[in-house]
Design a protein around this ligand. Structure first.
Ligand code: IPE
Ligand code: IPE
Ligand code: MG
Length: 249
C-alpha cells in the first residue's frame, strides 16, 4: 500500500468487513499493578484510562458497538477495599468522562443488575445514559455488576411474570421472545469478543449473545492494551471465515 494517501489506507483497512459489535473482557489490572509493586487499585486506575483510547479508536475501525466488562456478579468476592475502590473509580469515570463522551458522539448504556449497586452510582449511570441518549456514532455499553447467568435468570423471571399475567402464550415463546427481556435487548450480538491477560475463559460474560462470536485471547494486560493492538485484532477478524453452522458457499 506504499504511496497511497492516509485516507485510502484507512478505507482499505476497513474494507474487510469490520466487526459491528466488539465486546472486551478487560482483564489483568491486578497483575499489572502487582508487577510494579503497587496495590491492585493502581492497576484499575491505569485500566480505566485505557478505556478512552479504545472507545476513540472505534469510529475509524468501523466498530459501531463496543461493550466492556467492568465488574462481574462474582467480583463482589474481592476485598471490601478493592470493591469500594472500584465503585469510587466508576463514579469518577462517569463524572470525568461524561462531557467528552457526549461531545464525541458516544451513546452510553449500562447492562447488569443495578439493584446491588449504591444509589449514588446508579444516579450517575442514569445521568450518563440520558445525557448521551441522542448520540449514535459509537454505542458504548458498560457491563457493571453483570453476569450472563444472572441476566438470563432475570430475563426468565420477567418473562414468567408476563406468562403468569396472561400477556404471553407459553407456546409462543421463542429465542427472540427471551432475548427481548435481556439487558442487551437493544444491541446486536457481539461479532468479536476479546479477552486480555492470557486467560482463555469467558467468566460469565454475554453467554447468550456470544453464541456465534469470534474470540481473541491476547496476553497483554489490560492497562497495556493499545489502540494499535486493538486495530490489529480488528484486521485479523476480517480474515476469519464465519459459517454460523452452514457450509462455505
Ligand atoms: C480486571 O482486572 C478488572 C476487574 C475484574 C474489575 P483484574 O482485577 O481481574 O486483574 P487480575 O486478573 O487480577 O490481574
Ligand atoms: C472477568 O475477570 C470480569 C471482568 C473483567 C470485569 P475476572 O478476573 O473477574 O475473571 P476470573 O475470576 O479470572 O475468571
Ligand atoms: Mg482478573
Amino acid at each position: 500500500m506504499e504511496g497511497t494517501a492516509p485516507e485510502a489506507r484507512k478505507t482499505a483497512r476497513r474494507a474487510s468487513t469490520p466487526p459491528q459489535h466488539v465486546a472486551i473482557i478487560m482483564d489483568g489490572n491486578g497483575r499489572w499493578a502487582q508487577l510494579r509493586g503497587r496495590p491492585r487499585l493502581f492497576g484499575h486506575q491505569a485500566g480505566a484510562r485505557r478505556v478512552r483510547e479504545i472507545v476513540r479508536a472505534c469510529p475509524d475501525l468501523g466498530v459501531r458497538y463496543l461493550t466492556i466488562f467492568a465488574f462481574s456478579t462474582e467480583n463482589w468476592k474481592r476485598t471490601q477495599t478493592e470493591v469500594a475502590g472500584l465503585m469510587r473509580l466508576f463514579r469518577r469515570y462517569i463524572e470525568k468522562e461524561a462531557r467528552d463522551l457526549l461531545e464525541s458522539g458516544v451513546r452510553v448504556r449500562f447492562i447488569g443488575d443495578r439493584v446491588r449497586l449504591e444509589p449514588r452510582l446508579v444516579a450517575l449511570m442514569d445521568f450518563l445514559e440520558e445525557l448521551t441518549a441522542e448520540n449514535d456514532r459509537v454505542h458504548l455499553t458498560i457491563a457493571l455488576n453483570y453476569g450472563g447467568r444472572d441476566e438470563v435468570t432475570r430475563a426468565a423471571r420477567r418473562l414468567a411474570h408476563e406468562v403468569a399475567a396472561g400477556r404471553i402464550d407459553p407456546d409462543e415463546v421463542t429465542a427472540e421472545t427471551l432475548a427481548r427481556f435481556l439487558d442487551t435487548c437493544l444491541l446486536p450480538d457481539p461479532d468479536l469478543v476479546i479477552r486480555t491477560s492470557g486467560e482463555a475463559r469467558i467468566s460469565n460474560f454475554l453467554l447468550w449473545q456470544s453464541a456465534y462470536a469470534e474470540y481473541e485471547f491476547v496476553d497483554t494486560l489490560w492497562p497495556d492494551f493499545t489502540a494499535e493492538e486493538f486495530a490489529e485484532i480488528i484486521a485479523r477478524f476480517g480474515e476469519r471465515e464465519r459459517r454460523f453452522g452452514g457450509v462455505k458457499a
